[in-house]
Design a protein around this ligand. Sequence first.
Ligand SMILES: Nc1ncnc2c1ncn2[C@@H]1O[C@H](COP(=O)(O)OP(=O)(O)OP(=O)(O)O)[C@@H](O)[C@H]1O
Ligand SMILES: [Mg+2]
Length: 182
Amino acid sequence: MMDEICSHIADLIVNSISAEAKHIKVTIEKSKINNELSLKVSDDGKGMNESILKQVIDPFYSTKIGRKVGLGIPLLKGTAETCGGSFNIKSTPGRGTEIAVSFPLNHPDLPPLGNLKDTILVLSVSNPEVDFTFHIKNDVVNFTFDTMEIKKMLDGLPINSPEVIKFLKDYLDEHLDFFNKQ
Ligand SMILES: Nc1ncnc2c1ncn2[C@@H]1O[C@H](COP(=O)(O)OP(=O)(O)OP(=O)(O)O)[C@@H](O)[C@H]1O
Ligand SMILES: [Mg+2]
């Protein structure tokens, strides 16, 4: 069972990677003013047509070979609905997919966030050929983690080399502190 928001984020990103996305944008916003936690994942992968899109929210649909049941999206939709939040999916074949979910921040069934730092780090360094842009916001602070910019800065050094991973770990620790606190 996916009882953390970060597991849902990871599932959406894995879906985008399976759809051959090259650039994945993730926005995570926590607003106390609006009493809302919102997530958006958009990709430039192969997208889905209308009929696939309809089936995707049905847990007995999956294009994974050897599997009949895809659970990631139905579970996320279920969690959002249980909390009185919203779930939206838009997709264009050949262009990409965008999934947006929101939850009321004060709902007792809202799953815990989980480890956002490790989620961002692991996904970014284990998929070096994919570019990620993470926007992390609350009512006061706005932080962007963009692997395209990081790769430029690294000047050829692989993003998954041990010294870069260590650097990124510290960097994310420092810059994500605000989100966990507030
Ligand atoms: N970003 C995406 N781009 C294109 N197709 C997608 C995307 N996300 C999901 N899909 C399609 O929707 C199906 C269902 O996704 P879902 O995450 O619910 O299940 P799954 O990934 O197949 O299995 P699970 O998440 O349980 O491991 C996928 O098999 C894929 O065909
Ligand atoms: Mg999935």
